[in-house]
Design a protein around this ligand. Sequence first.
Ligand code: GFB
Length: 312
Amino acid sequence: MNKASKIYVAGHRGLVGSAIVRNLKDKGYTNIIGKTHKELDLTNQLEVRKFFKEEKPEYVFLAAARVGGINANNTYPADFIYENLEIQNNIIKAAHDFKVEKLLFLGSSCIYPKECKQPIKEEYLLSGYLESTNEAYAIAKIAGLKMCQFFKRQYKDNFISCMPTNLYGPNDNFNLQTSHVMPALIRKFYEAKVKKLPFVEVWGTGKPLREFLHVDDMADACTFLMENYEGEEHVNIGTGKEISISALAYMIKDIISYEGEVRFDKGKPDGTMRKLLEVKKLEGLGWKYKIELEQGIKNVVEYILKNNILSL
Ligand code: GFB
C-alpha cells in the first residue's frame, strides 16, 4: 500500500471504519474513499458491483457490518445473519472480480466457542458450540473469514482477516437498547449523575469477563496488518487483559464521579462468561496496543461532553 493508493473503507462512518480513516490519514494516506448507506446499499449486489467497477479501489477495509450489543444480537438474529452475509459476500466477490490488490475483513471475538479454552488462540476457531446470544452474527463472521481464506487459497487473492475483541471509542452507538456495554454504562452513569438518580442498573450478574480495546488502537492494528501481513489464518486483535463487568461499572462510576448505587439486573443475560484473546501472533508480528482502559474511557467521556453526544 503506498500513500497514494486508492483505499475504500466500507463502513467509514461507524465506530470501526471512522477510526480506520483517522488512522490512515494520520499515516499520510491521501486517497481514501467511503460511501454512506444512502449513497451505496452494501446489501445490494448490483450497486456494489457498479461501485467497484467504476471506482476500482486498490485496497479495501471491510468494516461495514450490522453490529450491536447483547440485546440487539439476541433480538434480531435474522437481520444480523442476513445483512452481514449480504454485505460481506457482495464486497468480497466484487473485490475478487474487480481485482482489488488486498482486502482486510474485520470480524469479532464472538466467533470463538462459548466454552473456549482461555486465552483464545486463533486455532481454537470451530472447536465447539457458539454462544447463543450472538450465534447469528458469529456465523456470518466465520463465513466471512473463511471466504477470505478460500479466495486466497483458490485464486491467490490477497484477502486477510482480523478478529478484534470488544471495542469502544468515539462514534459508538449510545442507544441503550442496541449498544454494547461500554457506551451503555457511560451513558447510564452520566445520565444518573446529571439527573441525580439514586442508582444505575447494570445488566446480568456483573461476573462475565471482557477484554476492551480502544478503537484507535484497533485501527492502528488494522493498518499494520494491511501493511505487513499476508497469511491465510485470521489474526486476533486485543490487549490480552480482561476485566469483570462489575469492575468496569465501578471504574466508569469513579471516572464520572457518580455517587449513587450500582444494582445488577440478574434477569438480563450475561452472554459468554469469558472471551480473552491470545494476542501473541499479532505481538510476534510487531504490534501492541497503547491505550490503557482507564485512559481510553476518560477519552470517550471527554469526547461525549465536548460533542454533546448524549444531549441531556
Ligand atoms: O457489550 P455487550 O452488549 O456484548 O455485553 P457481548 C457485555 C456484557 O455486559 C454482558 C453486560 O454480560 C452484558 O449483560 N452489560 C451490563 C450490559 N450492563 C449492560 C448494558 O447496559 N448494556 C449492554 N449492552 N450490556 C457482543 C456480541 O457480546 O459483543 C456481538 O453480542 C459482538 O456479537 C460484540 O461480538 C463484540 O460482549 O456479550
